[in-house]
Design a protein around this ligand. Sequence first.
Ligand SMILES: Cc1ncc(COP(=O)(O)O)c(C=O)c1O
Length: 422
Amino acid sequence: MNFKFDVNAVREQFPACKLEIDGVPIAYLDGPGGTQIPQRVLDGMFGYMVNDNANEDGNFKAGRMARGIEYAAREAAADLLGCDPDEIGFNCSSTQNNFNLAMNLSKNFQPGDELIVTEIDHRCNSAPWRSLERFGCVVKTVRLDPETQQLDFEDYKAKLSDKTRVVAVNWASNALGTVTDVKKFIKLAHEYGAFTVVDAVHYSAHFPIDVKDIDTDVLLCSPYKWFGPHMGVIYMKKEHIASLDFNNAKCDDISEGSRKFHMGTPQYESLKGITEAVNFIASIGEQYTECFAEQLGTLTGRRKAVVAGMLAIDEYESALAKKLRMGLRAIPGVKVWGPAEGQPRTPTVVFTVEGHAPEKVTEALGAKGINSWHGDFYAVEAVAAIGLAESGGLIRLGLAPYCTEGDIDRTLYTVREIVCGC
Ligand SMILES: Cc1ncc(COP(=O)(O)O)c(C=O)c1O
């Protein structure tokens, strides 16, 4: 495969990549908290608000266009996830989508019904199900093995029972970068008749997704992790959408189909942004379809371009992340966390520095124009499981397709400066 990623062509499209601190471009290694936004997404959102701003079904041009804007976003999200547009819904965040889902599914639960979450979860994946404990549901938590920093599949098997109603599993950890074989979890959950929810918020920023392949009942992701606005996308299998009773305004066709998820007027400007974010990923992919011909198989149209885009992003980010991990490991006093080399992982690199509080390290990096994060990133139980809850958690550096080798070199140089105090 003759693959060479054109990072400059990507950076050209991000106004934020032109910003500098003390004469150097900002290194955006804060992607797991949310990526920067390309011009076409900004244009789409701005264009809606200036030219097409209207609520739907108004009897005038802009009013008649609004439903089309929403449908276009569903088509785009469907191309990203590999499903039918009628299986896509939107709300303000994945956490909101998951709370709504839990509340609505719980109408069919009895006291004593069991719900499974995991220790690697962002609270978005676990808190909605824990909120059902007050109705008598029993929440079981799959153990994170602190050695491998992966979920313990044997513990999962032991926790499944005939009473299991929901298995909510994280696809990729935003704290450790660990990628879980969710297909294996889902298959077993279905054997017990359980409903499955996959938190793909971190995973979706780095890899192509085929919801039909993993066969989950629900999948959650958030466009602000992949160049779009602050929103949540929910995929649900069509048969569940048809049968579930959702709390909503119950106003004729505005509350039907995958619109059952909506809690009021859709965020049209953000929906426009979602469409353009997917088009941005597709525009990357269009340059690399030849390189990934084998993986793309018989795919066509925008779905093919989106999958190629995510494969190209993964290929580029993985190589940079490896360089970053190797460079950090070579610095005395630095410990890199996350799964062992060779195990499935995202390009999110987490570390600690002996004798230096994570907060101080991110502050020092920030002063050099390197944006990073520290703490538990709402993956509270995961950071506790590896023993870092009391010491300020982890320092997190996440890669995005606009990051460069220069960003990595500067980061390694600055961490070395912090360690040797010069
Ligand atoms: C793995 C994971 N799940 C869920 C969330 C929450 O997503 P949202 O902010 O859309 O609720 C995040 C946000 O960082 C995340 O990284």
